[in-house]
Design a protein around this ligand. Structure first.
Ligand code: NAD
Length: 489
């Protein structure tokens, strides 16, 4: 649609006059002139050049966050609430712009990104309403003392985010930090940096005081590393790969950083023969092929009972072959281009791995066109759990289907990976649902449901999928210190 493309180009024009800058102490800040480029996953065209931050920019941003912390931590909860709601209003007003830019920067289809932009606003509203009670604690009296606890914001924090749903994920971290009274230095992903700048500007225009949210663009090993090492930064909220989490833990050790990690996944969806199989199939396909499969909670391993395996795989394959691969801004597109040529190469490398390990390619397995990072949605069947396609996070529209014999084997396969983020179960046997839900190694389990989020519930993973939880009060536990005060009676 030409009109949509024109509007999208209009939105991109704001990045045309020179590099996208950092945002420090309430102002755009160009840095020392070093830049990197962000390119379109559709055709490789350069979308913008972006300031490439380093130690000095991070230091400036951290000092600004430290200075702003002195006032922001004391700003009344009701006032923080009001500012965060104004930010949500502004995000809603610019939701199309955010969604369009994000589609072009990431390749994610508009049918998902339109909702992701609005979820960003919802994240701000949700934590805005909790700002006034964030400091609340409990009272623990004894015969001689009145003990009471309260929470205080931990200090300036660093937020480091990945490229897959960049805007929504950064609001999920930044909104609770701001509601808690922390100030923030955000280092967005270098493969999709554009909407982070919009967020910083939206926040400033909505009245967030200078220095409360600072954004420094750059490469992980440069700006990201400097942020994790800065002594004024008290905690790091990180979303990204498990290996990067290990680096961040080591980098933050000398300054004793508190860390919160949301990392990779290889999430099982277990389908029993007594399930509502039509609904199960819809959910299995949605959870791996939506958002290009570039989502941490994707159900990338389908464990299917052997009695229904052939039929389930055949139906899945028929549906997968009809999925529409196309331009991310086309509302009919189900699968857009992958984020980056390097990621395309990674996803495609599993086609050979699958062949070498003896799996069947039941659907897809190829690229679409020569230009851009388009791939066919892919289904590997007759897989075993020791194959690379069953053990490693591919992070693309690629499903590995494995048969199982009974409940015990399903559970053993589900748990036989290094990851433990999410698990999905499809069965109408209530006892079995509880048995498996309690034994499966995952931070979050959905039974007879796709991933549906309720923001007060804990979000996070076990094993190599993460440390800590987000959501509701869990987020405040991370961004705040609990303090006990004992009064002698
Ligand atoms: P990544 O780990 O490569 O990068 C994430 C961020 O870390 C980027 O901003 C990057 O610049 C930065 N970084 C890289 N090296 C660093 C270092 N040494 N020090 C500090 N920062 C550094 O991840 P990615 O490829 O951008 O994102 C995909 C990954 O994110 C997948 O593994 C996916 O499962 C995971 N993810 C997890 C969740 C979750 O909630 N568990 C959500 C979304 C994505």
């Amino acid at each position: 649609d030409r009109a949509v493309l024109d509007r999208a180009e209009g939105y991109l024009r704001q990045f045309a006059d020179g590099p996208v800058t950092h945002f420090i102490d309430g102002k755009r800040y160009p840095g020392d002139g070093a830049t990197f480029e962000t390119a379109s996953p559709v055709d490789g065209a350069v979308l913008a050049s972006v300031a490439r931050g380093g130690v000095r920019d991070i230091d400036l941003a951290a000092r600004s966050a430290m200075a702003a912390f002195r006032t922001w931590r004391k700003t009344k909860g009701a006032e923080r609430r009001a500012v965060l709601h104004r930010i949500a209003d502004a995000i809603e007003a610019r939701a199309e712009e955010i969604a369009f830019i994000e589609c072009l920067d990431t390749g994610q289809p508009i049918r998902y990104m339109a909702k992701a932009a609005l979820r960003g606003a919802e994240n701000f509203r949700f934590f805005a309403d909790r700002a006034p009670s964030a400091a609340d604690g409990v009272s623990l009296p004894t015969a001689t003392h009145l003990n009471y606890t309260m929470r205080v914001p931990i200090g300036p924090v660093g937020v480091i985010t990945p490229w897959n749903t960049p805007f929504m994920l950064s609001t999920w971290k930044i909104a609770p930090a701001l509601a808690a009274g922390c100030t923030v230095v955000h280092k967005p992903a270098e493969w999709s940096p554009l909407t982070a700048t919009l967020l910083a500007e939206i926040c400033a225009e909505a009245g967030l005081p200078a220095g409360v949210l600072n954004t420094v663009h750059g490469i992980g090993e440069e700006a990201g590393k400097a942020l994790t090492e800065h002594p004024d930064i008290k905690a790091i909220g990180f979303v990204g790969e498990s290996a990067t989490g290990s680096h961040i833990m080591a980098q933050g050790a000398p300054t004793l950083k508190r860390v919160h990690f949301e990392l990779g996944g290889k999430n099982p969806v277990i389908v029993f023969d007594d399930a509502d199989l039509d609904k199960a199939l819809d959910a299995v396909l949605f959870m791996i092929y939506s958002l290009n499969g570039e989502r941490c909670t994707s159900s990338s391993r389908a464990l299917v009972h052997e009695s229904i395996y052939e039929e389930f795989a055949a139906k899945a394959s028929e549906r997968i072959k009809k999925m529409r691969v196309g331009h991310p801004l086309d509302p009919k597109t189900e699968i857009g281009p992958l984020i980056h040529p390097r990621h395309l190469e990674k996803v495609m490398s599993y086609v050979n791995a699958a062949k070498e390990d003896g799996a069947t390619i039941a659907a897809g397995g190829g690229r679409v066109g020569e230009e851009g990072n388009f791939v066919e949605p892919t289904l590997y069947t007759n897989a075993r759990n020791d194959m690379r396609i069953a053990q490693e996070e591919i992070f693309g529209p690629v499903l590995t289907m494995i048969p199982f014999e009974d409940e015990e084997e399903a559970l053993a396969i589900a748990n036989d990976v290094r990851y433990g983020l999410a698990a999905y179960l499809w069965t109408n046997d209530v006892g079995r649902a509880h048995r498996i839900a309690q034994e499966v190694e995952a931070g979050m389990v959905w039974v007879n449901s796709e991933n549906v989020r309720h923001l007060p519930t804990p979000f996070g993973g076990t094993k190599s999928s993460g440390i800590g939880r987000d959501g509701g009060d869990y987020s405040f536990d991370f961004y705040m210190e609990t303090k006990n005060i004992a009064i002698g009676l």
